[in-house]
Ligand binder design. Structure first.
Ligand code: C2O
Length: 343
């Protein structure tokens, strides 16, 4: 049977990824008042589409708005489910063993829940930011690392002492250094042109060659009780994880922030990175062949728990997040040059 919202009462300490160490603080969300009656979320009627812009192309005005919204989110009381810390903790709770079903820990990565979980997560994060600046059309930027222009940290995240900066980032990602998807731990020493070509070829593999069928793209089936047979989808493997490792600091023992599940969402660039991951889902569906959403009801009926922009708790279904336009947002168009990079 499908994965349902975790039992919030049993939420407990989380463990850092790749380690036995406990996370020093609790990642559990504030407990909803009526714990046994959490309603289903209905997508609100769409008024105006939120259009997610390319992170490299945004205007000064946009950056100012985004900074202000993030600043306000960071200033909310830490027990407010919309605060930056609580938002980051969602990732920690769903990915580091805070939630359990019996003896099994809930882990949304390395499985077919990867895309829908992060889609709902960003959906609410974006709506909260918009609410905090009173702009119902506010849309998150997307980091288009699938384009040569986007294969570096978007500059707005690289300004010290601004709300979008994270001092725990790896210093080698600063000042426009290019990322190498195949060796994200190292500074690029080879030719930039060669690195770009390799990255584009890896994109082609993850979107086309190795992702002709749904489970290859989304990741392995994950239902109650089958934690052992999980496996990640092509995009989750490359370039999603390399981007995390690249931005995480080797100096910090557990690759914080971006390189560890419990801390990744403490870096504001996390949400910009995941906006492009989310965009890849949409682009992939447009590529034809058997590239469609999964029709297994165990996937469609999987659920998560989130607070919305008004601090109300909800359960959300995977089956309700398949169409971004119905969810009220879309992506500003951008070229996909990897389409011509068959290996
Ligand atoms: Cu939930 Cu990019 O990881």
């Amino acid at each position: 049977s499908p994965i349902l919202p975790p039992d919030l009462k049993s939420c407990s300490k989380a463990t850092k990824s790749g380690s036995k160490d406990l996370v020093e603080y609790s990642c559990c969300p504030p407990t909803p008042k009526d714990l046994n009656n959490i309603p289903y979320y209905n997508l609100p009627p769409m008024s105006k589409l939120r259009k997610r812009p390319v992170a490299q192309d945004v205007t000064k005005e946009y950056i100012a708005k985004y900074q202000l919204a993030t600043k306000r989110m960071k200033e909310l009381d830490k027990d407010d489910p919309r605060s930056f810390m609580q938002q980051a903790n969602i990732h920690c709770a769903y990915c580091n063993g805070a939630y359990k079903f019996g003896d099994e820990v809930l882990q949304v990565h390395q499985s077919w829940l990867f895309f829908p979980f992060h889609r709902w997560y960003l959906y609410f994060y974006e709506r909260i930011l918009g609410k905090l600046i009173d702009d119902p059309t506010f849309a998150l930027p997307y980091w288009n690392w699938d384009h040569p222009k986007g294969m570096r940290l978007p500059p707005m995240f690289d300004r010290e002492n601004t709300p979008l900066y994270d001092a725990r980032r790896n210093p080698h990602v600063r000042n426009g250094t290019i990322i190498d998807f195949s060796s994200p731990r190292d500074e690029v020493t080879t030719d930039v042109g060669q690195t770009v070509t390799n990255n584009l070829t890896l994109m082609y593999r993850s979107m086309i060659t190795n992702a002709a069928c749904p489970l290859q793209f989304f990741g392995a089936r994950y239902v109650l009780g089958n934690n052992d047979s999980k496996g990640q989808g092509t995009i989750e493997t490359i370039p999603h994880t390399p981007v995390h490792i690249w931005a995480g600091t080797v100096r910090n023992t557990d690759l914080e922030d971006m390189g560890n599940f419990y801390s990744a969402a403490l870096d504001p660039v996390f949400y910009c990175h995941h906006a492009n991951v989310d965009r890849m889902w949409k682009v992939w569906k447009g590529l034809g062949g058997k590239r469609r959403d999964i029709i297994d009801t165990d996937w469609l009926n999987s659920e998560f728990f989130f607070y919305d922009e008004n601090k109300n708790p909800y359960r959300v279904r995977v089956g309700d997040c398949l169409d971004t336009k119905k969810m009220g947002y879309d992506y500003a168009p951008a070229a996909i040059p990897w389409i011509n990079c068959r290996p």
